[in-house]
Design a protein around this ligand. Structure first.
Ligand code: URP
Ligand code: ZN
Ligand code: ZN
Length: 480
C-alpha cells in the first residue's frame, strides 16, 4: 500500500517547505520535489494545503469506569472520531482501582483498546501504594513500554494519591527513567468545599466551580512541583486551567526545573459562564475538573502556550451523555466529571490560535503533536514528517470551514462543548500508518487497525545519574 501526497507545504515544528510526501507500508519513505512513484500509488492533491504530523492527544479516557458509570466513548468510536479530526495517536490512562494490581489493570485496558482505529499508548495511574506497586511500575517500564505514571491529587475517597504515594511514586519513576504526571487539585480542599456548598443549599452545577477555585489547583500544582524538585525528577502537569498553576510552572521553569504543562482545547476557549446557564442540563454537561475558568485565566493559558511554558494541548476526552450527567441532578458532586473534544481539538486550536495570530503554524504542530511525542518519548516515530516516521499525517485546508455540532460529529456523546462554533481550518485527509482513513468528509476507520505504541524509559538521564552514583545511593524514602 502506498500513497503520494503532492503539491502541499510540509509543516513541522521547526520549518515549512514545499514537497511531496511518499508513504509506503505505513511509513514515510521519501520527501522531496517531483517524486517518482509507481502508478499504483494512491494520489492526494494537497495544493494550497499543509501536510502536518497527525495530532497526538496525550490525555484521553475512552470507556473509563468513573463515578459510578462508564464513559460513553469506547476505544473504537473515540479513536475513529480522532481520525476524523486529524488526531492519529492518543495516550489514554490505565486507572487501577485502589488495591487493584497495576498489571491486571493494564491488561484490562489493553483488552478494551484492541478495537482502536488509531494508535494508542498508556499512562498508568498510581492510586495506592505498597511493595507490589513498586514492583509493577518496574515491570510496566521494562516490559510494556510505559514511561509515564499519573497521580490524581483530587477525587478523595476514590483514586486520590496522598503525599506519601506521590513521594514514593515520584522517586520510583525517577529510578526507572519514567515521568510522573499529576492532576493538580487539592482533593481535601475540594471535598471540604463541596460539603460547605451543599450545606448552603447550593446543589446545582453552579456549585461545581465554587468547590474548585483556582487556588485549589495552584496549591496542588506547586506542591507536586516542589515534591518533584526534591525527588529530582521531571514532572508533567495535566490540564492546567488557570493562572495559579501557570505561575507555579513558570516560576519552577525559570529556576531551571524540568516541568511541563498541558492545556486543554476546552479550557482555552470555553469560559465559566457555562455553569450559570439557565438550563441546568446544559451547565451539567460542562462539569469537568478542573472546571472552565474566567476569561482572565484563559488569557494566562494562551500566554503559557505562546511563551513555551505550556508545551502540549490535549482534550481530556471523557464522554458522559445527558442521562449519565443526570446522576448529579440533585447534587452536583455526583455528576460524572468529563467533557469531549478529540474530534475538534485541532480545528479549535487552529481557528482560535493560528487564525488570530497567537500561534504560528509551526507552533501549532509543536503544541498539537511534536512536543507530546518528545515529552513522552515516541519521537520521531510519532509527531514528525520525516523519512522513517510512521505515516500519520493530516492534510490541512486552512481555508476550509466547518460548524461544530453534536448533530454531525463522530464522537459518541450527545453534547459538544464547542457547539455552533464555525472554525476555519479543517483536515481534508488523515492518514493513519499510511492508510487514508479520512478523505473530504468521509471516515473510513477500521476497527482494530490501531496499534499499541511502546514508549521506552528516559534512560539517558537515568544512566547519567547512575554514572554519578546518584541513583544507587540509599535514599531516605522507603519502598513501602
Ligand atoms: O473531569 C475530568 N477531567 N474527568 C476525567 C478525569 C480527570 O480528572 O482527568
Ligand atoms: Zn484530571
Ligand atoms: Zn483526565
Amino acid at each position: 500500500m502506498s500513497v503520494i501526497i503532492r503539491g502541499g507545504t510540509v509543516v513541522t515544528a521547526d520549518t515549512s517547505y514545499k514537497a511531496d510526501v511518499y508513504c509506503q507500508d505505513g511509513k514515510i519513505v521519501a520527501i522531496g520535489e517531483n517524486l517518482e512513484v509507481p502508478p499504483s500509488a494512491e494520489r492526494i492533491d494537497a495544493s494550497g494545503q499543509y501536510i502536518m504530523p497527525g495530532g497526538i492527544d496525550p490525555h484521553t479516557h475512552m470507556q473509563l469506569p468513573f463515578m459510578g458509570t462508564v464513559a460513553s466513548e469506547d476505544f473504537y468510536s473515540g479513536t475513529a472520531a480522532g481520525l476524523a479530526g486529524g488526531t492519529t495517536t492518543i495516550i489514554d490512562f490505565v486507572i487501577p482501582s485502589p488495591q487493584q494490581s497495576l498489571l491486571e489493570a493494564f491488561e484490562q485496558w489493553q483488552g478494551w483498546a484492541e478495537k482502536s482505529a488509531g494508535d494508542y499508548s498508556f499512562h498508568v495511574a498510581i492510586t495506592w501504594w505498597d511493595e507490589s506497586v513498586y514492583e509493577d511500575m518496574g515491570t510496566l517500564v521494562r516490559e510494556h513500554g510505559v514511561n509515564s505514571f499519573k497521580h490524581f491529587m483530587a477525587y478523595k475517597n476514590a483514586i486520590m494519591a496522598d503525599d506519601e504515594t506521590l513521594v514514593k511514586s515520584f522517586r520510583r519513576s525517577m529510578d526507572l527513567g519514567a515521568i510522573p504526571t499529576v492532576h493538580a487539585e487539592n482533593g481535601e480542599l475540594v471535598f471540604q468545599l463541596q460539603q460547605e456548598i451543599l450545606s448552603q443549599g447550593i446543589t446545582g452545577p453552579e456549585g461545581h466551580p465554587l468547590s474548585r477555585p483556582p487556588a485549589v489547583e495552584g496549591e496542588a500544582a506547586n506542591r507536586a512541583i516542589r515534591i518533584a524538585e526534591v525527588m529530582n525528577v521531571p514532572i508533567y502537569i495535566v490540564h492546567v486551567s488557570c493562572k495559579d498553576s501557570m505561575d507555579a510552572i513558570t516560576r519552577a521553569r525559570n529556576e531551571g526545573q524540568r516541568v511541563y504543562g498541558e492545556v486543554l482545547a476546552g479550557h482555552l476557549v470555553v469560559d465559566d459562564s457555562v455553569y450559570r446557564h439557565e438550563d441546568a442540563e446544559f451547565a451539567a454537561a460542562h462539569i469537568m475538573s478542573p472546571p472552565f475558568r474566567s476569561k482572565e485565566h484563559q488569557s494566562a493559558l494562551w500566554q503559557g502556550l505562546q511563551s513555551g511554558n505550556l508545551q502540549t494541548t490535549a482534550t481530556d476526552h471523557c464522554c458522559f451523555c445527558a442521562e449519565q450527567k443526570a446522576a448529579g441532578k440533585d447534587d452536583f458532586t455526583k455528576t460524572p466529571n468529563g467533557t469531549a473534544g478529540i474530534e475538534d481539538r485541532l480545528a479549535v486550536i487552529w481557528d482560535s490560535g493560528v487564525n488570530t495570530g497567537k500561534l504560528t503554524i509551526n507552533e501549532f504542530v509543536a503544541t498539537t503533536s511534536t512536543n507530546a511525542a518528545k515529552i513522552f518519548n515516541m519521537y520521531p516515530q510519532k509527531g514528525s514528517i520525516s523519512v522513517g516516521a510512521d505515516a500519520d499525517i493530516v492534510v490541512w485546508d486552512p481555508k476550509g470551514t466547518r460548524t461544530i455540532s453534536a448533530k454531525t460529529h463522530h464522537q459518541n456523546i450527545d453534547f459538544n462543548i464547542f457547539e455552533g462554533r464555525t472554525v476555519t481550518g479543517i483536515p481534508t485527509y488523515t492518514l493513519s500508518r499510511g492508510k487514508i482513513v479520512w478523505a473530504n468528509g468521509v471516515l473510513d476507520a477500521v476497527r482494530g487497525a490501531g496499534q499499541y505504541v511502546k514508549r521506552p524509559a528516559f534512560n539517558p538521564m537515568f544512566d547519567a545519574l547512575k554514572r554519578h552514583g546518584e541513583v544507587n545511593k540509599p535514599t531516605a524514602v522507603n519502598r513501602d
